[in-house]
Design a protein around this ligand. Sequence first.
Ligand code: TSJ
Length: 653
Amino acid sequence: MAGENYNAQEIKILEGLEAVRVRPGMYIGSTGPRGLHHILWEIVDNAVDEAANGYADKIEVVLYKDGSVSVEDNGRGIPTDIHKEAGVSGVEVVFTQLHAGGKFNNDNYSFSGGLHGVGASVTNALSEWLKVEVYKKTVYKMEFHSFYDAKKKKIISGAPVAPLIDTKQKTDKHGSFVRFKPDAKVFETVEFNLETIVKRLRELAFLNKGLAIRLVDLRDDDKFFNKTFKYDGGLVDYVLYLNEGKQNLYPLPLYAKTERDGILIEFALQHTDGYNESIISFVNNIPTPEGGTHEIGFKSGITRVLNEFAKANNYIKEKDVAFSGEDFREGLTAIISVKMKSVEFEGQTKTKLGNPEAKSAVEGATVDELEAMLKNKKNKAIFDAMMKKALSALKARNAAKHAKEIARAKSGADATKLIGKLAACSGKKPELNEVFIVEGDSAGGSAKQGRDRQHQAILPLRGKPLNAEKKRIEEVLKNEEIRTIISALGTGIGSDFNIKNLNYHKVIILSDADQDGAHIRAILLTFFFRYMKELIQEGHVYIGMPPLYKVYKKDVTVYAYDDNELQSAIDKVGRGYQLQRYKGLGEMNPEQLWDTTMDPQKRVLMQVTIEDAAEAEKLITTLMGDDIEGRKAYIAEYADFNKEDTFIDRVNV
Ligand code: TSJ
């Protein structure tokens, strides 16, 4: 029986794993879907490290019917010999000692750590069982199980069933194989999400040039999935992928890879004829959607080089006119990826790089690399295109400044007219206040009557606000619906944005559960994403969830928010029930709207996040841009418009 005769030292080690089991959140953030995937990333990261260090070029991830998942690489194999201090095999150390990650690592090469990097032992501690095979001339095997200790009356997790054994079975393979089954007693859900895994593995394949990552899903015979992600162009392929469906200004992204002050720095960039800036950054293969020092250094480097080039070649003729950094980033798509030690994460979601040395290293490297490219005559057309784009951005910016001044003056004088539609709330504390942006005047009317007047403001939207994706800022500003939103929120937009002036800490989009409603929602999210990104990043944007059905009888009423809930609502109400399907918010009277959708005690809100900046960017471009074919394909694939869950992350009250 597992763990029956473990010795004193092992007991001590297992106590370490017990700490993980007692407080999983401390190690993996949550026991929700994110935490579940986190324990998979721990294992995948180890295999990717082996590849990044040059010892492996294939990784295979398999999802099985029994709920387990395996990861295999063709690297050197986890060390099998006895670890001197621990007195047990390297494999056992890796899976039973917390933070064992660094122990075997040749410190010059490993950049693990940071957001992930709590180690494979955490995965073991939170699994029902875990099996390891190491291929090194022969096949080595070891298993770990969690079991109920009747004497101690508690669950012991991650206990070795037996020490590592050499089966003596010959093999030509080399590498490591780890298969585990997440413990259903730990996680709220143990179902891996294929889309989440596809996204992350694709991202890892882009970030690690030439690495082949295969994903196989064997769980459902009808939905068999088998795909290999391999990009020989690495970051260049990543930028081309993000710019698919857009018009580029030069065919090939600029690319550099270098090292400075012990930091590995790699970037790729390409301009399109669009107006948005999309810089996606990574540290040790971990996305940093909040940016940080590496991103700041990268931007400064670009600004410095292009500014000097512009000056040296007299691109600006007028006096008193100068480029601003953002002019060089209009239409820019770029990836900046750094690898370094002792990473410090900051920010609201701990996804912002804090290390000051990363700024100077990245800035210096960017300047040197871009200058070298400038010197190469072959690149002349590229830099000319950049200058042309930047000049047009500069002109537009000056025009926009003018337009903004007008808009501002207007919102002063015309404030009452602009905010005329807004039914403000009486409370004076923004932290406690909410604004509902409601589709349609009739729903807006119900919301105004049904609301909590102290804390809830209502902003009804008539018609569709304009699509923010294809327009430059000055055109966005001309739209009345958008201007109303900007005035109501109080923060300003773009570079003027200041979260401190936010009038409502919850901005709740309330639209119908149909195609039109989804479109309005997508347009509003696009606008926030483009012009008030921090509003989303700081977690202020929500989506209200009106019910789809009302099931009722004399004195009982139960609302159902999706088709799954409908049956249980019918069961609750019982025989003789009546059913109403809501086609729109407008069909609800004020009391019903309050009861089902607005009452903070009962309602369901979805908080909008930018989980994955690259995917959000791509989704926005596809949904709102002008690549009609791509958009049709997307809509065909995700026929349900309500599934824009790249943004929509968690359910909150
Ligand atoms: F996370 C894990 F332990 F579960 C795991 C580790 C899972 C998978 C799928 C692969 C790996 C892994 C570990 N692949 N490759 C390695 N390599 C080492 O652990 C290793 C081997 C040799 C040496 C050496 O210095 O000789 C150093 C290391 C880190």
